[in-house]
Design a protein around this ligand. Structure first.
Ligand code: PLP
Length: 418
């Protein structure tokens, strides 16, 4: 057997790390709102032989030989993406959500152009204009946010900023905004300002695919997404756009920003998009929403204040100020209790991004594991007990043991060793 494919002795060091990570995912409550568990099939396809293939370019326009099956694969993925979201054009090559956004911005703007994005501390994403991101360094970003009284996007502010500043682009979409975004109002503001509308639906893509969240696709010139959140595909990005933007978007992804596409990930995207076209994907999205609203109700019963008073989607954002704990204390305590989540700023937060006053919890991954709304009562109890005992390591350890025992009812990748 050639050296490159012979059976190497087991790499004990690496296998031990992989096995520990599988154990972590199995034994802890995964509540990071941007994570999910792909199907075993998607997991397997992500490790396919397409990892070996260079395919710079696009189907029938490659810069390497031997791309006939890569072409077939990419055409399949594009077609499924267009069908699932009713889009005129799909680019499935972005390595992640950030490069998808970068390509969308460069397709619609020139360096130095002004755009409107959502304030990071009100729920926006780094790539929507933060000064530490390419988006705030290459382009000139201005921000809209939520109203202080309702914590709902201030659509009047969006309209007046758009009218006054005449941005080239308005970006809608967020990472920690628990409500449905009114894309129609963003479209109106963009039209009045003569701006293009880019929607980043990374968090909502699965719900949009299932028809349970308004689709931005008919309204926006360009829609970007990650494929690994509620859409439940492999880690990656994707762009949907109008035909008139297709060439600009494709040229920005390659050769503008990326080199060879990750064809093994595109294979997994094709598979995940196929899964999302099946009727039971809608059941999954319905359950994820039921789980989030049950979680929200139980947290409110336990005296926690939720930003905007609740949720319409798969995540809740807890305002911890009335409990006198910070987001980072909460994250650490939950970790000790076997619950994985992340600290998050809340609108008008006075604490820094590394401390924060909020905690973001999501239900996408737990719903994939099979938890339903009655299980969420127990999950909420674990979370609330941990948050009420952030300094009591022995109580947190007991919760961790209870969490691991509880999760044995919901096996994760039962056939896998690592
Ligand atoms: N856009 C939004 C709204 C996100 O929440 C995220 C990540 O969480 C991204 C873009 C970036 O995705 P990635 O981490 O794949 O670059």
């Amino acid at each position: 057997m050639p050296a490159s494919t012979r059976d190497y002795p087991a790499d004990a060091q690496l296998e031990s790390i992989l096995a520990k990570e599988l154990g972590r995912q199995r034994d802890r409550l995964e509540m990071i709102a941007s994570e999910n568990f792909v199907s075993e099939h998607v997991l397997r396809v992500t490790a396919s032989v397409f990892t070996n293939k260079y395919a710079e370019g696009y189907p029938d326009r490659r810069f390497y030989g031997g791309c006939e099956y890569a072409d077939e694969l990419e055409i399949l993925a594009q077609g499924r993406a267009r069908k699932l979201f009713g889009a005129e054009h799909a680019n499935v090559q972005p390595h992640c959500g950030s490069t998808a956004n970068m390509a969308a911005f460069f397709a619609a703007m020139k360096p130095g152009d002004l755009f409107l994005g959502m304030n990071l501390s009100h729920g926006g994403h780094l790539t929507h204009g933060a000064s530490v991101s390419f988006s705030g360094r290459v382009f000139s970003a201005r921000f809209y946010g939520v109203r202080e009284d309702t914590e709902i996007i201030d659509y009047d502010e969006v309209a007046s900023l758009a009218e006054r500043l005449k941005p080239k682009v308005i970006v809608a979409g967020a990472s920690s905004y628990p409500r449905i975004i009114d894309f129609e109002r963003f479209r109106e503001a963009a039209d009045r300002a003569g701006a293009a509308l880019i929607v980043d639906m990374a968090h909502y893509a699965g719900m949009v695919a299932a028809g349970l969240y308004p689709s931005p696709v008919p309204l926006a010139e360009i829609v970007t997404t990650t494929t690994h959140k509620t859409l439940r595909g492999p880690r990656g990005g994707m762009i949907l756009c109008r035909r008139s933007y297709a060439k600009a978007v494709d040229d920005e992804i390659f050769p503008g920003i990326q080199g060879g596409p990750l064809m093994h990930v595109i294979a997994a995207k094709a598979l995940a998009l196929g899964e999302a076209l099946e009727p039971d994907f809608i059941d999954y999205q319905r359950q994820l929403l039921k789980n989030a609203s049950r979680l929200a109700a139980r947290l409110i019963d336990a005296g926690f204040r939720l930003v905007s008073g609740g949720t319409d989607i798969h995540l809740v954002l807890i305002d911890l100020r009335n409990k006198n704990i910070t987001g980072s204390q909460a994250e650490i305590a939950l970790d000790k209790a076997g619950i994985t989540a992340n600290k998050n700023t809340i609108p008008f937060d006075k604490r820094s991004f590394s401390v924060t006053s909020g905690l973001r919890l999501g239900t996408a991954a737990l719903t994939t594991r099979g938890l339903n709304e009655s299980d969420m009562d127990e999950v909420a109890d674990f979370v609330c007990t941990a948050l009420h005992n952030v300094d009591d390591d022995s109580k947190l350890k007991k919760i961790r043991e209870r969490v691991a025992a509880f999760l044995r009812k919901f096996p994760l990748y039962p056939g896998l060793d690592f």
